[in-house]
Each structure stands twice: as structure tokens, then as C-alpha cells.
Design a protein around this ligand. Structure first.
Ligand code: HEM
Length: 435
């Protein structure tokens, strides 16, 4: 019989390696790991993902890790279950399906190109520092509409979200309990940041267009605080996740031979006569889409996520007890030699239709912002490739990512120069036209 904590050391030392090593070696589709008094089951076989994620909520549902979110984030679609969850999700889904994100492609392109223009005047930059801000701007566009947030508002949101994210990491990962006065100070700081953000959301709601997500949420008759918590959740869920992936995307554009040239050529094919890429043609951008998917395979921002057993259940050959935790690890699925040839290599010729590709989850709680994230990342790939040649100035290969709430990229120092040669020019037109 193993000790309750017998795997904790290895997990804390290197959670990413732990997931792949234990997952690959396991003979069962669920591997029991010992990280504390609560039994934890690591899903090791992608075929087991559907039975877990599609199980009825009275058997398997979001659990203690997500309830910790409530303390920080309030109640929102991420932590709700049952009818309330289905209602909000259906609304968000319909809003996105109606093109809430696609309608902003010209503005998103302008934001990206304005950034490229700025970076060209700088000797170097840290990839994640700029992609995190960029993804916040892009997700805010969809939430609030064009030109609704001032730079000051944006700063207030960044501070609230960063504060919430730090607190979340503490809630989830700190082994030692916080001193009561430290916790009080922290809670107060967060409450102030969230209140300031609530004021911003309330103010900009009045100006948000009818197609924006914040406007859609109003139709559910939510209170001001509920709308604020939902918006904070959407921004939190969409900001670092997309920003992390975008940093790696820039890294691959700079370091994979021929990649950015091929995507620059694709951008030229997709663009209309005025040099703009219309939303309706993005689905034909096969190279840029494959590059985004391969980036998400190698660096899935949600490297794991969790559920709890809500009843005693049989899953495969394992018997789970009510209260057991279940870890679903995209990092393991994406990196194991059991599911991919040369998993460490960046390759565009992969089959991303396999259940072992799981960057956005699956089932009734699959990422509601998946379309928006793919759109942002594809536009970043196309516009950066069309306009620039990227270089990595720090070491290649880059250091390992840091597993936190999301999988954070290491510092990657980069520079951009204007693209010369056959595919040059398209991006410049955008850069010059950028706001
Ligand atoms: C590359 C970027 C992204 C990645 C890798 C990602 C990944 C994920 C994953 C794996 C889940 C499922 C978690 C679970 O089942 O427990 C999820 C859920 C969610 N995501 Fe994303 N996400 C990304 C971007 C976004 C964006 C841009 C938004 C919003 C604008 C967003 C909003 C949400 C929300 C609200 C949920 C909860 C859905 C529910 O429980 O019904 N995500 N995301």
C-alpha cells in the first residue's frame, strides 16, 4: 500500500515530466497517483476522455479545484453546473456562432499590425510580454466592441486579472496555508481591483454594441456583479491561454525553417485586392491553421484540467469513490510517444483529428472561446509572417515552460525586421493602415 503523499515530491519537482512518465508507463486507462489524502486518477488514455467529460453531472462534474475559483472569481460559467451553466453556455455559444469574433477581424488585424509597427522600432522585446497584452486587447474587442475601452480601462482590467490570477495560483498550489493577515490583505487588494473593474464594465456596457458579448449577457437578466464576474472569467480564461500560445507561435515562426515564408505566401493568396484578409477566407489558410494547432499541441496552455467523482462509479477497470479527483492531462496526450511520432518535433503534417489532440477540452464544457482563440492565433501567424522576419535573440531551444494555472512560456527575447523578398509588402500595407 502506497503512502498518501508518495508521488507528491516527483509531481512538485516536475509536474509535466510526471504526467508524461506516469501516463506513458501506465497499463491502465486511469492511473492512481498519490498526491495527498484525496485519491487522484490520472487519465492516461485519450479514449477515456469522452467517458469522463461526457458523464452525467451527478456522476462526474467540476470539483474542488474549480470551487476554489469561486472564492476569487465569483460564480460564472466556468464554475456553474446544471441548468444555470447550460443557459449561460448556450448564450455565449450562440453569440460566438453568430460571428461575435469574426465581425472584428478588420479591427483585430489593425491591432496586430499596429503592434508590429511598434515592435519594428524597438531593438528587442520579450515574446510573452507582448503577446499577453495583445491577446487581452483582442479578447476585449469581442467582449466590449470596438473603441469602447480606453487605455486606462484596459490597465484597470489587466491589474484586476493579474491580481486574480496570482491569488488563484496561491489558492491552488500553495502547500502552506497563508497567514490570516496576509490572506486578509490579499483579499482586500483583490476586492478593490475587482470593484474597479466592475465600474469599468458597468460604464462601458452602456456603449457596447448589440453584437458584443457583454450585451448578450444582459439578456439573461444577470445582476451587475454577475455580469462583471462573467466578463472577468471570460477575460481570465482567454487572456493568458491565448497569450501563452501566441508567444510560442512567434518562437516557431522565427525558428522553424521556411515556416514564416510559407505563411507569408499563404497570406498573399488569402488577401483580397486591397491587401486585407477577409474572415470568410481564413478557413482556407491551411498552413497557418496547422502551425497554430501544432503550437497548441506542443504547448497546450491548459496543460491539465480536473473533475471530481460525485458518486461511486466504475470507469474502465477502475473503481472510483465519490470525492476522488480526476486529472485530464493534454500535456501527456500531446507529448507521449504512444500517440505521436517524434512528439518533440514541430511538424505540420500531423493528424489533429485524433482524440489525443485536446487543447480545448471536449464535451459539454469544451472551451467556449475556442473559435476566438483560433482566430486570434491564425491572424497573428498570418500578419507577423506577412510583414516581418522574426529572430530569437535568447537561447534556442528556449527554456521549458512553467506550469502554473496555465502553462507559462519562459522569457524569449525576440526582434522583428521588415520582411524582404517575394512575399514582402502585404503586412506593410496593414501596418501603415493600422490605427
Ligand atoms: C489557446 C487558448 C485557449 C485554450 C488552450 C483554452 C482551453 C480551455 C480548456 C481546456 C477548457 C475546458 C476546461 C474543462 O473542461 O475543465 C476551456 C474552457 C473554457 N474556456 Fe478556454 N481556452 C482558450 C481560450 C479561451 C478564450 C479566448 C475564451 C473566452 C473568450 C475562453 C473561455 C473559456 C470558458 C468560459 C471556459 C469554460 C467553459 C465551460 O465550463 O462551459 N477560453 N478552455
Amino acid at each position: 500500500m502506497k503512502h498518501w503523499f508518495s508521488d507528491l515530491r516527483a509531481f512538485q519537482r516536475d509536474p509535466l515530466d510526471f504526467m508524461v512518465t506516469r501516463g506513458t508507463a501506465s497499463a491502465s486507462s486511469l492511473e492512481r497517483v498519490h498526491l495527498g489524502p484525496t485519491p487522484v486518477w490520472l487519465v492516461t488514455d485519450p479514449a477515456m476522455v469522452k467517458p469522463v467529460l461526457k458523464a452525467p453531472e451527478h456522476e462526474i462534474d467540476k470539483g474542488r479545484l474549480v470551487y476554489k475559483l469561486r472564492k476569487v472569481l465569483g460564480v460564472s460559467s466556468l464554475s456553474l453546473s446544471g441548468e444555470a451553466h447550460r443557459q449561460r453556455r448556450a448564450l455565449l455559444h450562440t453569440t460566438f456562432a453568430k460571428g461575435a469574433a469574426n465581425q472584428y477581424v478588420p479591427e483585430m488585424t489593425a491591432v496586430i499590425c499596429r503592434l508590429i509597427g511598434k515592435l519594428m522600432r524597438e531593438p528587442s522585446f520579450d515574446a510573452h510580454a507582448i503577446t499577453a497584452r495583445l491577446s487581452l486587447r483582442l479578447v476585449s474587442l469581442t467582449m466590449f466592441g470596438k473603441d469602447v475601452l480606453s487605455e486606462e480601462d484596459e490597465e484597470i482590467i489587466v491589474q484586476a486579472v493579474d491580481q486574480v490570477e496570482d491569488d488563484l495560483a496561491d489558492e491552488m498550489f500553495s502547500v502552506m496555508p497563508l497567514m490570516p493577515w496576509t490572506r486578509r490583505r490579499r483579499d482586500q487588494k483583490r476586492a478593490e481591483a475587482c470593484a474597479a473593474m466592475g465600474e469599468v464594465v458597468k460604464r462601458v456596457r452602456q456603449r457596447a454594441p448589440s453584437t458584443s458579448v457583454v450585451h448578450a449577457l444582459e439578456s439573461l437578466g444577470l445582476t451587475d456583479d454577475e455580469v462583471r464576474d462573467e466578463v472577468l472569467t471570460m477575460i481570465l480564461a482567454g487572456y493568458h491561454t491565448t497569450g501563452n500560445a501566441a508567444a510560442w507561435l512567434l518562437y516557431f515562426l522565427a525558428t522553424v525553417p521556411g515556416l514564416s515564408g510559407a505563411i507569408a505566401a499563404e497570406a498573399e493568396d488569402l488577401a483580397d485586392a486591397s491587401g486585407i484578409i477577409p474572415a470568410s477566407r481564413l478557413a482556407a489558410g491551411r498552413t497557418s491553421l496547422a502551425a497554430v494547432k501544432e503550437t497548441l499541441r506542443l504547448y497546450p496552455s491548459a496543460h491539465w484540467f480536473a473533475r471530481d467523482a460525485k458518486a461511486d462509479i466504475q470507469l474502465g477497470d477502475s473503481k472510483l469513490r465519490r470525492g476522488d479527483a480526476i486529472l485530464i492531462p493534454p500535456w501527456h496526450f500531446h507529448r507521449s510517444t504512444r500517440f505521436w511520432n517524434e512528439p518533440e518535433q514541430f511538424r505540420l503534417d500531423r493528424d489533429f483529428g485524433t482524440p489525443a489532440f485536446l487543447p480545448f477540452g471536449a464535451g459539454p464544457r469544451v472551451c467556449v472561446g475556442m473559435g476566438l482563440a483560433m482566430l486570434e492565433l491564425q491572424l497573428i501567424a498570418l500578419e507577423f509572417s506577412a510583414a516581418t522576419e522574426l529572430r530569437v535573440l535568447s537561447s534556442v531551444p528556449a527554456a521549458d515552460p512553467k506550469p502554473s494555472i496555465t502553462l507559462l512560456p519562459p522569457p524569449i527575447e525576440m526582434s522583428v525586421a521588415a520582411r524582404l523578398g517575394r512575399h514582402a509588402g502585404l503586412g506593410h500595407a496593414h501596418v501603415e493602415n493600422g490605427r
